[in-house]
Design a protein around this ligand. Structure first.
Ligand code: ASP
Length: 617
């Protein structure tokens, strides 16, 4: 028989009682985390969001209550009414925040029972993820999940507070809208009232936030849900949350200052004090040259350009292409490899390159031939110099030197991507850094600000060559402003590959946290950009006519950015996947296992929407 709650009121949370509460009457409510029987004494670990308190039921004090407590099972919901008592010195539990006290129960009310759950919140071994997601309400009761969701709340609140203090208004934009230009597939919502027409769920609030600037709101933000029907990778979600913001009359630096401010506030909310200095900045070209990637992981030494050290004569004898660049890098503390291990590594790298024309230049072997000693030394000196820049006095000499050379004959990809070689070397740098992580220890989390290496990457290319469609696409989105000089120089038409955008990314430890740009605010420039992307004026009008119209009614210069909230929380909570910081996530196959979505719908619903399912054979 279940008890009614009646007018019983909770007086304390389970995790908050301490020695100073001794002697007080208390009413606790929560879940039975564990029950232990010791003859006439019965102990219940009672759990709520705040933690656990031990409740003691003594048969000698109250036999009926003891009998009732014996019926309790894991995850029953109860109220325990009694007196807080200091524990005897030998029963104090220093591992529990409430370990100095216990609640001696005078009454127990069973508010609800629980079937035997498929797993318990207190289980130390994790059950498989499918079961966790199916029974998410139980999974979310686990300590770690409660911590992750609390961190998410604290981080979101810190960001809201910070942005509000900087004059940003939080403004909602619609979920049911039309296609936005982020370039992924849309999720569509059929309209019943307009048969054959569809709303699209927003891939981001991009156009709306720009229109809010045209509307004079000056500074907007939103913790906004975005929907993108992409092929899912392990760390993607079909719906995810962005901290989206836009401001009027900004320079890039204005946006950077705001983002650095809210990130500092967000990290502080999770207990990490970031240094007051501004984040490092580098251009996209510098990032590619130094790190071979547009989201450099600065926890590792940069690459070095060794091209100048490879003279035409050396290139000829060493079978290196006469003109193409040569890059090298070091993996700290990974140099002490046995001869066999070194050979195996070289083989692995060469196999990894495949037939693309790149090769590993063995610096250690160069040293064994007198003719190449000066080259080996010049390379070592350059790599060492970078190592010293990177780690100053902590510099060690047991690094693994990796130098990559292009064989004679231009590698195919080089013809259309002049960054292909540094990008390939950059990828190898990251691969090897992961492989030797135990040796260099640079990815270890120490729980301090040192773990977090932020930077801004600026001046992204405006256009991106699409080898499949043989067309230039907008690298960010088509509302991004090119540099003014590149508009004036005619490069929009003559040399698209060279056009730089006023676009920027904020990067943390090799992960892109967010992207943004200064926008186009002139109708003539916007129309021109659409044309350079191969859109006719009619097509542009059909897709973005309302926006082009709006640009004609006094649009101020504006710009903004969007950062992934899920990823920021994941990093701050030390979680291993985005699913760990989203209360109700979808699987890698875009399924919600708890509610079982998506599902077929009834014939009637389809008919109302004027839809018919065509089953492809
Ligand atoms: N809407 C863009 C995105 O989601 C961000 C921006 O340009 O502000 O990538």
């Amino acid at each position: 028989m279940l008890d009614f709650l009646g007018d019983l009121k909770r007086t304390h949370m389970c995790g908050t009682l301490g020695a100073s509460d001794a002697g007080k009457n208390a009413v606790l409510m929560g879940w039975v985390n564990k029950r232990r029987d010791h003859g006439s004494l019965l102990f219940i670990d009672l759990r709520d969001r705040a933690g656990i308190t031990q409740v003691v039921v003594n048969a000698d004090r109250n036999a009926a209550i003891h009998e009732k407590a014996e019926t309790l099972r894991n995850e029953y919901v109860i109220a325990a009414i009694g007196t807080v008592k200091l524990r005897d010195a030998n029963t104090v539990n220093p591992n529990m925040p409430t370990g100095e006290v216990e609640l001696v129960a005078d009454d127990i009310r069973i508010l609800n029972e629980s079937k035997l759950p498929p797993f318990l919140p207190s289980d130390t071994a994790l059950t498989n993820e499918e079961t966790r997601l199916k029974y998410r309400y139980i999974d979310l009761r686990r300590d770690v999940m409660q911590f992750n969701i609390e961190t998410r709340h604290n981080v979101a609140k810190a960001i809201r507070d910070y942005l509000s203090s900087q004059g940003f208004y939080e403004i909602e934009t619609p979920f049911m809208t039309r296609s936005t230009p982020e370039g992924a597939r849309d999720y569509l919502v059929p309209s019943r009232v307009h048969p054959g027409s569809f709303y699209a769920l927003p891939q981001s609030p991009q156009i709306f936030k720009q229109i809010l600037m045209i509307s004079g709101f000056d500074r907007y933000f939103q913790i906004a849900r975005c929907f993108r029907d992409e092929d899912l990778r392990a760390d993607r979600q079909p719906e995810f949350t962005q901290i989206d913001l836009e401001m009027t009359f900004p320079r890039q630096e204005t946006v950077f200052k705001v983002v650095e401010g809210f990130l500092r506030a967000a990290f502080a909310a999770a207990g990490v004090e970031l240094p007051a200095e501004s984040f490092v900045q580098m251009t996209y070209d510098q990032a590619i040259q130094k790190y071979g990637i547009d989201k450099p992981d600065m926890r590792l030494p940069a690459m070095v350009d060794l091209t100048a050290h490879l003279t035409p004569e050396l290139r000829e004898t060493l079978k290196i292409d006469p003109t193409l660049p040569v890059y090298g890098f070091t993996i700290p503390k990974a140099g002490n490899l046995s001869g066999t291990a070194r050979k195996a590594l070289i083989k692995e790298i060469q196999t990894g390159f495949g037939e693309c024309g790149l090769d590993f230049l063995d610096v250690a072997r160069l040293r064994t031939n007198e003719a190449f000693v000066p080259l080996a030394e010049a390379i070592a000196a350059k790599l060492t110099a970078e190592q010293i820049v990177f780690c100053g006095e902590n510099f060690t000499t047991d690094d693994l030197a990796v130098v990559v050379t292009p064989k004679p004959g231009t590698p195919a990809a080089w013809n259309y991507d002049k960054q292909w070689i540094p990008k390939r070397v950059g990828a190898l740098r990251l691969e090897l850094a992961k492989k030797f992580a135990d040796k260099h220890g640079l990815f270890a989390q120490t729980g301090t600000a040192k773990d977090f290496r932020f930077l801004w990457v600026t001046d992204f290319p405006m256009y991106e060559w699409n080898e499949e469609t043989k067309q230039w696409d907008a690298a960010h989105h088509p509302f991004t402003s090119p540099h003014e000089e590149d508009i004036k120089s005619g490069a929009l038409w003559n040399d698209k590959g060279s056009v730089r955008a006023l676009a920027y990314d904020v990067v943390l430890n090799g992960t892109e946290l967010g992207s943004g740009s200064i926008r186009i605010h002139r109708k003539d420039v916007q129309s021109e950009i659409f044309r350079t992307l191969g859109m006719t004026d009619e097509e542009a009008h059909q897709r973005f006519g309302f926006f082009l119209d709006a640009l004609e009614y006094g649009t101020p210069p504006h710009g903004g950015i969007a950062l992934g909230l899920d990823r920021i929380v994941m990093i701050l909570a030390g979680a291993s996947s985005l699913r760990e910081v989203i209360a109700f996530p979808k699987t890698a196959k875009a399924i919600d296992l708890m509610v079982d979505a998506p599902t077929p719908v009834s014939e009637l619903q389809l008919r109302e929407l004027n839809l018919r399912i065509a089953h492809r054979s």
